[in-house]
Design a protein around this ligand. Sequence first.
Ligand code: ADP
Ligand code: MG
Length: 400
Amino acid sequence: MSTPTLDDVLAKGVRGQRVFVRADLNVPLVDGRVGDDTRIRAALGTLRKLLSGGARVVLASHLGRPKGSPDPALSLRPVAERLAELLGRAVGFCEATIGPVAEAAVAALGDGELVLLENVRFEAGETKNDPELARRLAQLADVFVNDAFGTSHRAHASTAGIAAHVPRVAAGDLLRSELEHLAEIRSPVRPLLCLLGGAKVSDKLAVLEALTPHTDVLCIGGAMAYTFLRALGQPTGTSMVEEDRIEDARRVIAAAERFGRRLLLPTDHVVAERFAGDAPSKVVTLIPDGFMALDIGPETAARYAEEAHQAKTLFWNGPMGVFEMEAFAKGTEAVANAVAESAANSIVGGGDSLSAVNKLGVGDRIGHLSTGGGASLEFVQGLALPGVTALEKTAMESSR
Ligand code: ADP
Ligand code: MG
């Protein structure tokens, strides 16, 4: 990457400078409090370095999907409270994102202090990457550090636009670490195994199409497996099948054949008559009429686990079944354990996949847990991330 790193910026000195950090603090809120603080913890490394370097940190993030205007239920205030606990120091919160109130809050910062601005998506220009909003955000910054990996696939004012208006930019530690790890999927030590699951073919079609020619083995699980089985003319009962994606699934299967890649589909299934945790379930090799497949069966789980043991590089995105329900969690658990046991360089991405890994407590045995589901999928597909290219462009121009 041709972008300066956080350490480059720190080496030149940041004491007294206003360092605008765009982080991804989009955490779930439960009753007005932070539910899962994984993303806040992921931002701590960059923030601690800047604060101990004496920077005046102006922190920004989005939270949820407000409609371009303030929504009290999506205020970042609870995040400021949790961040203060995690940092073990005071964290200021500013009820504005731009304008005189934000400017005053930033002007009041001392060296080594931090203020969190209100949700950037309360501003209508954020998701439109409005140049005027980008310019006003830039007025709060001497240095721009993008550390919002999970949002870097979006060209928004606070992730991309702002970079054009600040002379000094850098990639934060989280962003850099994500890009370094995910690059190992793009140029893997082979064999490369991709385990893809989750709800929908439509969500993951682009990544399926991009990874099929590139990966050595592709194991498919989750609901999307049934669209593939239908494409092969197998019975799928009442399983989730996306009728309008059957043709796409056929194309992926044909591409795997053409490139000589092994594409594996479930050969046994845990089925039930209802989508419910207490529905009686059984293991079958052919899905009977009136039954839906809600998890991969034990034989499939064992085959996928064996592939994980053979792999040198491994990418997993998307659970193998409805893991939220105990009765249909075994396939996902078996795969999570196999990924943890594998000696391969392993990378797991996707919100639900991460919660499965965390529930099992095997996270520390996995090479890299990617904090950005959508961004990690776009990056492994070989797409450019606007939040990264904006940094590169500014870095190139200011080095001239
Ligand atoms: P991630 O967040 O890891 O990218 P997705 O959001 O794509 O994963 O998919 C996760 C969802 O897919 C889970 O809510 C899970 O219950 C659902 N799912 C997995 N397998 C099935 C299945 N066989 N039938 C219905 N839903 C499924
Ligand atoms: Mg999900």
